[in-house]
Design a protein around this ligand. Structure first.
Ligand code: FMN
Length: 197
């Protein structure tokens, strides 16, 4: 199934063709080289002061940790995400060694995930990001350090919508939509300070 983005001018096919499936191929395994390519793409993302605050907890289907991470997902996500070859918890190091907040850590981690997702698309893999998970259960269950903030769980694998039950199959086939570019633009209006008395 293709769900190509409708754009007013062409954009790179890696961006236009990416979408977030719920159907994954249970027969597909993510081998070490494929996983390493995704992590390398994330690793080379830019970050504030090259702080590289992203961290990844990788679990593969069949491992106990995959089941454990799956169990922390919201029920609506648990319904389909178990078929993914890998479930990856993404965390951001939001506090430095001195305990001070790292204000760009979440932004940087999102950029790293964007790079990972684009590499996956190039490698004919799909990624579905999920914010619907229990952060407290993840923290406790995987013993995350206090400086780490769980951000998102990634379902990674090879797309296959054929086994999805009715309601999920309908969502899978639904068209992708976006706001028009014009809605994203803020007016470049200059606000004048009142003259000093
Ligand atoms: C931070 C974040 C959290 C998301 N959380 C969920 C989620 O919990 N469950 C889900 O099914 N999709 C989730 N998504 C996927 C979005 O719904 C999806 O990216 C959006 O609808 C656009 O669709 P597309 O990725 O196919 O273009 C999330 C995406 C992001 C970036």
């Amino acid at each position: 199934m293709r769900k190509t983005a409708s754009t007013t001018v062409p954009v790179h096919p890696l961006l236009a063709e990416r979408w977030s499936p719920r159907g994954f191929d249970r027969a597909h395994d993510l081998d070490e080289e494929a996983l390493t390519a995704l992590l390398e793409a994330a690793r080379w993302a830019p970050s504030a002061q090259n702080s590289q605050p992203w961290r990844f907890l990788v679990t593969r289907r069949g491992e106990q940790a995959h089941d454990q991470l799956l169990a922390t997902l919201a029920p609506g996500n648990q319904a389909w995400a178990g078929a993914a070859s890998a479930l990856v918890l993404v965390a951001a190091r939001t506090a430095g060694d001195d305990g001070r907040p790292q204000p760009w850590a979440l932004y940087d981690t999102g950029q790293a995930v964007a790079a990972l997702v684009t590499q996956a698309q190039a490698d004919e893999l799909s990624v579905h990001q999920m914010g619907g998970f229990d952060t407290a259960a993840v923290r406790a269950g995987f013993g995350l350090a206090a400086a780490l903030t769980p951000v998102v769980v990634l379902a990674i694998g090879r797309r296959d919508s054929s086994g999805l039950p009715g309601p999920l199959a309908a969502r899978e086939a639904a068209p992708r939509t976006r706001h028009p570019v014009s809605d994203l633009l803020l007016p470049a209006r200059t606000v004048r300070e009142p003259a000093a008395a």
